[in-house]
Ligand binder design. Structure first.
Ligand code: HEM
Length: 199
């Protein structure tokens, strides 16, 4: 395997190029105003980042934690050294991108400052507002769990910070608990976001 598929970065660039071609064709066919285009691009980034973040949440719960529990000591060491840090970096970065693009989308979709973005206030039915803000609240809880519970705990588990074995065992339990909470919340957050955008 080489050339355009040689690295994940190159494969991603290929996929992005295909998406840009699609977008240009769609724009040429139907046309779109500037705010609409920004909204499409933001939504694309937001959904992409959300997929990566939630993909990691599901991977951690259904694969990584199970593998760590079943592995013998050398295998566990290999998982901790080669997989967990990469997974943690990926979900932390994806969570930042999801929240930043989501916050910007609140404006381009008219949930905040509608009358500033559009010439007249953008009407959003109450039910959609409730769905969206419930989703945002739950997503922000997920974000706090990542950065205030899971990552600080993982720093102890991975040995980035040195602590006693008891503190490390407590950190491991905390990481697993909040990983589970994020799995729980991933389901209603996705429903709330999609329903707010499409009902
Ligand atoms: C786990 C985190 C999140 C996930 C998985 C997620 C996922 C999604 C999905 C799938 C959509 C639907 C896009 C569509 O169908 O058009 C969406 C839309 C949206 N999201 Fe999120 N989101 C998350 C967090 C957030 C946060 C934290 C915010 C705000 C700070 C936010 C704001 C929005 C907005 C404003 C929309 C557009 C809704 C509309 O146009 O009516 N999201 N999100």
């Amino acid at each position: 395997m080489g050339g355009l598929l040689g690295t994940p970065g190159k494969a991603l660039a290929l996929g992005t190029a295909a998406a840009v071609v699609l977008l240009v064709v769609a724009l040429a066919a139907s046309g779109i105003d500037r705010v609409g285009l920004i909204a499409v691009l933001l939504r694309w980034l937001h959904v992409g980042a959300g997929i990566v973040w939630l993909g990691m949440v599901w991977f951690v719960n259904f694969i990584q934690l199970v593998a760590v529990a079943e592995a013998d000591q050398p295998a566990r060491g290999a998982i901790m050294k080669h997989i967990v840090p990469r997974v943690a970096l990926t979900f932390r970065q994806a969570s930042h991108l999801t929240v930043v693009t989501g916050a910007l989308l609140l404006f381009t979709s008219g949930y905040l400052g509608g009358s500033l973005v559009y010439s007249s206030a953008f009407f959003i039915p109450t039910s959609r507002n409730i769905l969206m803000w419930a989703g945002v609240l739950a997503a922000m809880a997920m974000y706090m769990f990542v950065h205030m519970m899971i990552w600080p705990g993982l720093r102890l588990v991975l040995g980035i910070e040195t602590r006693t074995p008891e503190q490390i065992a407590a950190a491991r339990a905390k990481v697993a608990t909040y990983a589970r909470w994020n799995l729980v919340l991933s389901v209603p957050v996705t429903l709330a976001m999609v329903a707010a955008a499409h009902t």
